[in-house]
Design a protein around this ligand. Structure first.
Ligand code: 5AD
Ligand code: SF4
Length: 455
């Protein structure tokens, strides 16, 4: 009999990738995914710990699941509840204590043992399973091959973990030390994805450009080299990677931006702050000047490169002057898009123990000012696209009938009147209007049949 599996995924793309792998892992055991926890036999919360109140959100979600589980038991059934991901890794024991009805708690490095854990939880009802170990052997070796059942765009994890230890960040503790998958495995998975229809692959890693996997030639490959190899896979028209660290942008990666047309001209390169004092306190291991120089070199290599970044305001001890330096860096670099956050102390990280924490009102005011500037830049970038023609990879139906939504090379959403059968095609679109978060356009050759090239 088919069993039902419901996974709720929080946080980053790596969690989305992990959740998809868990679905694949459970399929041979008769589990099919469902989009509601109602009536599910196994519910997994794949959690994120990066920002505030992550654990509180999980506990409140668990409250609702407990009621479903009890209802199921009264009806003579069983529903297993699992907490996975980074909150599980960081607060596993507390979850088991505070939520005794949870059957399994496991971290991001343990989910390849999910079938085993489910078997243990099923056969020894009442026993809670906790697995937050960092196995010596990489989990990728123990996962079945990713099925390659892909959409038009797909994610592929090439690297995991982080050795940088930025003082505000939980990732080195929840995801563990850096690990890079061998290039052969990555290329094989990319080939399967392309074979099943993916035209764009985003390479994922917490610190993806720290990639240093075993290459096909027996040497260690960096991300630039890996990208060159992936660009040879037929049918794979677009490559992206995220998230990168400025320290790990090397000459080879910059050269890939120059030489590999499949590598899209959009880069998410977090800087966090424009103040050298704050960057040093954060243990970022780069200055604002070094960041500017990296951006210059990247733009020399690929003049139309659009940039995105992450910013933290209100880091402990951040002065008005530090904050002004961040605004100055933003004005100089100009970002097409960005994410920004108020600093929030994460238990167990060095910055959380600093005694010069800022008041929330100060953080809120700085965040509002920073976001106003970033939004203005995003609008200006989008407006500058109006009148240009660019290739759009159409991914899914839009809000209105007869409309599809796709992505520009710069990762903007583009809406255009396009027949449904053109999903999965890359089509030239002239941009006619810009909204703050998306573009509208019309096809250069609206009547062209699928696959037919313009003269
Ligand atoms: N407080 C605020 N923002 C944080 N980030 C990571 N940790 C914290 C924290 N403690 C942000 C960083 C990172 C992004 C994924 O989340 O900007 O790049
Ligand atoms: Fe966290 Fe990124 Fe710093 Fe690693 S490089 S510690 S993932 S912010």
């Amino acid at each position: 009999m088919t069993k039902r599996l419901f996974i709720k995924t929080y946080g980053c793309q790596m969690n989305v990738y992990d959740s998809n792998r868990m679905v694949e892992l459970m399929a041979p055991l008769g589990y099919a995914s469902t989009d509601t926890p109602d009536g599910a036999d196994l519910v997994i919360l794949n959690t994120c710990h990066i920002r505030e109140k992550a654990a509180e959100k999980v506990f409140s979600e668990l409250g609702g699941l407990r009621r479903l589980k009890q209802a199921r038991q009264r009806a003579g059934g069983e529903m297993l509840i699992a907490v996975a991901g980074c909150v599980a890794q960081a607060e596993g024991t507390e979850i088991l204590e505070r939520a005794p009805f949870v059957d399994m708690v496991f971290g991001p490095q343990a989910y390849h043992r999910l079938p085993d854990m489910v078997a243990r939880a099923t056969h020894r009802a009442g026993e809670q399973v906790l697995d937050t170990s960092f196995p010596a052997e990489p989990k990728f070796d123990h996962l079945p091959q990713a099925s390659g059942a892909a959409g038009v765009t797909a994610f592929l994890t090439v690297q995991e973990g982080c050795d940088k230890f930025c003082t505000f960040c939980v990732v080195p503790y929840t995801r563990g030390a850096e690990y890079s998958r061998p290039a052969a495995d990555v290329i094989a998975e990319a080939g399967r994805l392309a074979g099943s229809g993916a035209r764009e692959i985003t390479l994922l890693g917490q610190n993806v450009n720290a990639y240093h996997g075993a290459g096909l030639d027996g040497r260690e490959w960096g991300l630039g080299r890996l990208i060159r190899a992936l660009a040879e896979i037929p049918g794979l028209d677009r490559l992206r990677y995220t998230t990168s660290h400025p320290r790990d942008v090397d000459a080879e990666l910059i050269a890939a931006h120059r030489d590999v047309p499949q590598l899209m001209p959009f880069l998410h390169l977090p800087v966090q702050s424009g103040s050298d004092r704050v960057l040093a306190a954060m243990n970022r291991r780069h200055t604002a000047g070094e960041y500017r120089r990296i951006v210059d070199r990247l733009r020399d290599a690929r003049p139309d490169l659009a940039l995105s970044s992450d910013f933290i305001v209100g880091y402990p001890g951040e002065t008005e002057e530090d904050f002004a330096a961040t605004l100055a860096l933003i004005r100089e670099v100009e970002f097409a898009q960005a994410f920004s956050f108020k600093y929030s102390p994460r238990p167990g990280t060095p910055a959380a123990g600093e005694d010069d924490q800022l008041r929330d009102s100060v953080k809120a005011a700085r965040l509002a000012e920073l976001q106003a500037l970033l939004q203005e830049q995003q609008r200006a970038f989008n407006r500058a696209c109006v009148g240009r023609t660019m290739p759009v990879l159409f991914e899914k139906p839009g809000r209105h009938d007869g409309q599809l939504v796709g992505r520009s090379p710069y990762l903007q959403s583009v809406h255009a009147d396009t027949p449904d059968h053109r999903i999965g095609e890359i089509i030239d679109v002239t941009i006619t209007a810009a909204q703050p978060n998306s573009l509208a356009g019309s096809l250069v050759n609206p009547l062209l049949a699928p696959g037919e090239a313009a003269a």
